[in-house]
Structure formats: structure tokens, C-alpha cells
Design a protein around this ligand. Sequence first.
Ligand SMILES: [Zn+2]
Length: 314
Amino acid sequence: MNSILDNKYPYLTNFFNTAISQNRLFHSLILYGSNNYIQYALAMELARQLNCHEEKQENCNCQNCRWIRENKHPAIMTISKIDNKTDSSKTVISEEQVNSVLDTLVNSSDFHRVFIFCNADIKKLSAAEMKDYEEYKSTGFSLPQDISDDKIWYPSGINTNCFSTVAANSMLKSIEEPPSNVTFIFLTNNKDDLLQTIVSRSQAFYVPDKRIEEYNIDFFKKYFNNYPMFNKANALDFASDLLLYQSENNLESEYIINCIQFYLKELAKTNIQNQILVKKIFKDIEKTENSKKMLRSYIKEQTVYEDLAFYFAN
Ligand SMILES: [Zn+2]
């Protein structure tokens, strides 16, 4: 496969290599975990392995491999709220969009068609995301949209907010009885974020996040220095301070929550003897996971931060 993926995920690439060579790869796959970019890279690499008629080497120069590397292959489609749109919806993969994808399956194809379902945004990357992005890009890999140096098309996990039950349901028949040489790949953070009927018809693979994110936690110390006590009077300030800090430093809200999580995890490590405190910390980390879910559901950042502040203050 690709040497970076082989090094990072040998058990996964071995599994896929064998499954492809024995022609027994499932036609519906779920890749889950918190690094959706590497899932996307893996999905594209699978598409390449399924379509290469040469030796499938990393630097293969056959037309299929070249097209896939350039992300311009006619049979490899990324389906997201901003890719391969057929209607004017901007926040979801719509039912209409799914149906137009499925309509293309009526015609047979010489290629092995791969449909990658994910969420995606054009955004500024964090340092760890950028490192990951550049490392994989160096192998000639391209994303579906070329934007600019500081704003990049970046995948995220699909969930029921951006991929409605109705849209997902319209795929069930195709997933159950797919035409030959078609593979659907769903990228998600958590299997629970996908419709159960899709999960039960798919083969799911956990893709661990191997990035080492650098979190700057200095900013958060003053709020948490009496942890688990949290000043009620400061709760509203906390929310507005976070918003200000985020905009002044051009950060993503999810990064802010990750910093808080990182802070809490470090706190747990240094208090490992104090089981009651550690239990409280894990409960609070769970709450921050919920904050991320709220953000992904397009709930206003201010509301999410306030909710978190009042939670800590209580
Ligand atoms: Zn090739």
C-alpha cells in the first residue's frame, strides 16, 4: 500500500491487502476514530488498490493510480455537504444527493467505484493537523478541493446531523445488494454517530489517531487552578473569555475543547492516587466530549462554552 499507512497501521493495511487480493473485501466499510484525515487517506488508498491494474506499488504510474492520486478519478467520489452536490443544501448530505449517487450505479462501469461518505469543511488547520496533512501530501496525495495555503479542505466524521436518517435510509438497499465492483466507505468518529442499520450491514475498522497534538494550556490554568472548585461568578466570563481567546488566536472551537480535555487528562495523571478526584475528572472529560458533539451539531459556540462553564460551576 502506501508506506506511511503501512508504517502507521500495518495490521489494517495487511488486512485490506489480503482482502482485496482474495476479492473478499466488504462492499460497505466504516472507518472510525478521531483522525478523519488519515481515514480519508486510507479510503483513497483502498480505492487505488481496487483500481490499479499494475503492481499496485506506491509510485505506480498507471492512469487509475495517477487519477486517484490527483483526486480526479471519475469513479472515486467523495460525498459530503460540500462535495458532489446536486442541490443547494449546504449543511447536510441530502437525500437528493444520495439518490443521484445511487442513480449512477444503474450504468455499469469498467472501474471499481468507491464512494467515500464524510463531513468536510474548508478551514485553517491546527499544527498537528497540518503536520499530518503535509506528511501524507508528500506522497502525491490530493484532496477533493484545492483551496489556498491557509485554508484547506479537511474531512471530519459523518454523523446524523450532516447525514440524516432519511438520506442514510435511502442507501440501505444499495448497501444490502450492491452492484458488483462498488464499495461504500463511511468515515466517522464514532460508530454510534451512524445509523444502526448501516452499521449492521458494514464492516467497521477502528483507525487510531497517531497525531501528537500540541495543546497550549497556559490560558486555561487560571480558571482551573482551584479545580474541582470553579468560581460561579466567573462562569460567564469564562465563556466570553474563551470566545475572545479563540478569535484573537484564530483557533477552532474544537481545539479549545481539546485543550481543556488535555488539561484535565494531565490533572488526572498527576492525581492518580486520588480515586475520587480522578473519577470526577473523567466525568468532566465526558462532559467536554458532549461539548464537541454540540459544536458538531452547529450549536453556537457561545452557548456551548456557557453550558460548559455552568456545568463546571455546579
Ligand atoms: Zn496503478
